[in-house]
Design a protein around this ligand. Structure first.
Ligand code: MTE
Length: 319
């Protein structure tokens, strides 16, 4: 039953130390060397996985927070990606079956230009930026992630949305052969999400292709995902193959599954509790015990930039 499967969303995060990527990579090299010299190859297998390709991007300080970034290890091993299982470690373990090349994205609906494009064509005109954003999950954990991407609005404008385009709908790949979790019924597939057009055009909403200076790992939504930092993590849909401009509010996966618990807007709001738990605080993954629990901020700390989008709306009703 879907409602029960959502309880799985509430695992207690494992605590671990903050590990900057440089230290992490050095440690990986050290482990690889030590284990090879001991001819202890089995244990070294994970440490020897080839690193993902580097991705050049300039840091956009204006749109970056100054919080300490979470460890690469945590960002890539503590994930929600139900297409690969409901456990936090499942995506890292299972997402190797996802083929991210070739990849195409279909853009349709209320726009003058429509069609199916290769990922290369989608990315070509856009300069990549690094932006350090907070990610707050509805399960009350948070991380700080140096994403690499570009503004979603810049892409959307290329397709010249008509005046009928009031919303933007997003769709993840649907292929149970590559995404074994889609053989289970814990969500309706494909995973779908949506934004109001003005939210989608906001400069903080980005499409992501990498993190920590490298190509996006499969478990984080390769090769192309959304990142909307003022909303709960579930809005930031992964492995996107479809973008469509719509007249009316599009369906969204968690709202289909449990409408009483997950609304369309899903703005981070410490004043509006989830029906089964408070949203007033969160646990920063990887932070020290003393620093791990912190109050959740309205709009995940981005209120100054985005609160105006919701002026006059009752955010208790439109959760
Ligand atoms: N996108 C797809 N296609 N499938 C998913 O299960 N999970 C969402 C979101 N995007 C999800 C998804 C949830 S609940 C969260 S919290 C974030 O992805 C997690 O992103 P991360 O694993 O990169 O931290």
């Amino acid at each position: 039953m879907r409602h029960n499967s959502l309880s799985l969303l509430c695992h207690r995060p494992a605590s671990s130390e903050i590990t900057p990527e440089r230290v992490y990579l050095d440690r990986r090299r050290w482990i690889a060397a030590a284990t090879a010299s001991l001819a202890f190859r089995g244990a070294a297998r994970a440490a020897e996985a080839p690193p993902l390709a580097k991705l050049a991007a300039t840091r956009n300080a204006r749109y970056s927070v100054t919080d300490t970034a979470s460890a690469y290890e945590d960002i890539t091993s503590y994930n929600n990606f139900y297409e690969f299982g409901t456990g936090k470690g499942d995506p890292q373990r299972n997402a190797g079956t996802l083929r991210t090349q070739p990849w195409s994205v279909t853009i349709g609906g209320e726009a003058e230009t429509r069609g199916t494009y290769t990922l290369e064509d989608i990315l070509k005109p856009h300069a990549l930026e690094e932006r350090v954003y907070r990610l707050r999950c509805v399960e009350r954990w948070s991380m700080v992630i140096p994403w690499i991407g570009f503004p979603l609005g810049d892409l959307l404008r290329r397709f010249k949305p008509t005046s009928n385009a009031k919303f933007v709908a997003f769709r993840t790949l649907h292929d149970p052969k590559q995404m074994p979790g889609q053989r289970a019924g814990w969500l309706e597939w494909p995973y779908v999400e949506g934004l109001r057009i003005d939210e989608a055009m906001h400069p903080l909403a980005i499409l992501v292709v990498g993190l920590y200076g490298r190509v996006l790992p499969n478990q984080n939504g390769a090769p192309l995902r959304l990142m909307v930092p003022w909303k709960y993590g579930f809005k930031s849909i992964k492995s996107i193959v479809g973008i469509s401009f719509t007249r009316s509010m599009p369906p969204t996966s968690w709202n289909i599954a449990t409408p009483g618990e997950y609304g369309f807007y899903a703005n981070v709001n410490p004043a509006v509790a989830h029906p089964r738990w408070s949203q007033a605080s969160e646990r920063r993954i990887g932070a020290s015990l003393f620093d791990a629990t912190r109050p959740t901020e309205p709009f995940n700390g981005y209120a100054e930039q985005v609160a105006g989008l919701y002026r006059g709306m009752d955010l208790r009703r439109f959760f």
